[in-house]
Design a protein around this ligand. Sequence first.
Ligand code: PLP
Length: 415
Amino acid sequence: MNFLQQIRADFPILGRKVEGRPLVYFDNAATSQRPACVLDLQQKLCKEHNANIHRAVHTLSYEATDYYEAGRRTAQRFINAESSDEIVLTGGATMSINLVAECMARGGFIGSGDGILLSEAEHHSNIVPWQMACQRTGAHLEVVPVRAGGSDANDGGVDMEAYRAALRRGVKMVAVTHVSNILGAVNPVKEMVAEAHALGIPVLIDGAQGIVHRKVDVQSLDCDFYAFSGHKIYAPTGIGVLYGKREWLEKLPPFMGGGDMVATVSFEKTEYADIPLKFEAGTANFVAAACLAPALEYAAKIASSPDAAEHEKKQIEAMKQTLASIDGLWVAAADAEDRIPLWSFTIDGVHPLDAAMLIDKMGVALRSGHMCAEPIVRRIGGGSMLRASLMPYNTLEEIEVFGKALERTVKLLRR
Ligand code: PLP
């Protein structure tokens, strides 16, 4: 078996049919599929090791705790954090970002008149929590434009001149995406962190898409926080990671109160547990957390293969040609120099929702709508776009099937 056949054999779902045709799953940026090693562990944990973690002294609880903490240590190695204390396990990227926004506001690190700097291409998960922090504190959002749709260039890049200028306007926090889930262009996050740090401003990176397709080393990036979800990188839903520098996690107040995040509790006073448990109140999703271990090991194994890089290049080239062959199709950030295999597009005379529904009848799963990034999609796509996003398991043959299905869809729908 070649590289691709081997990978595909690991994903039972890729063998299924939709509408009588082999599934072509191109909605990976919403959630990826899970390999057998993850599915097997999920089942094994429920069958043999189900218990609450960190609490009891019986065997099952010790076992469950070991699996949970192995998930944390794998996440630490995967992003090269200095210590596993800097890895907070959350419910997903959304919860990770909410945690930082809420705790920064409550801890007094953001106050009245302060700016919180975002890019224009953020996901709602990296907009709304900061708006809520603004409402709480009297801070305000500063938004940096990206080059796409109507601007001179269409490479999806953040306008770095505007970024530098905004940093100097009383900004107290930067929260930017590593890779936008609409544009697919990779942001120069290391440079953005360095520029912010030169002015003493902390930076959170939303890594929900970036972690899937780029090697992330948080020590090299020097970011203060890095947030991502397990389910976009082969793990189950309901688990996320928040990397935070030790100094920040230690000085932020807890996020939620409850069991597991405390050292001692009395009605007069509660002492909190040390990091990272200080941020992990309540019964954790131990099965999903444990599955981070096989999921991230699987991702690391694929990433280390030269075949994977070669395959991604081929996917990108094939998709570029396929999309270019459709008359009236406009691709956001088409000229991005560094992109992940993700494309959002509009087609003249074709409504994205109609197209997504019709192409599904041909076995192809695409995403449509504002894709939880309404501000940028409204500006560049009239409020609704189509999106195709690929993982290493997607083949060039699937791109061909997608191309033919899209051509047919356009013929049937164009007014
Ligand atoms: N940020 C980006 C860039 C995303 O693409 C997503 C999900 O699509 C999120 C944040 C939110 O992730 P989740 O829904 O897993 O919390």
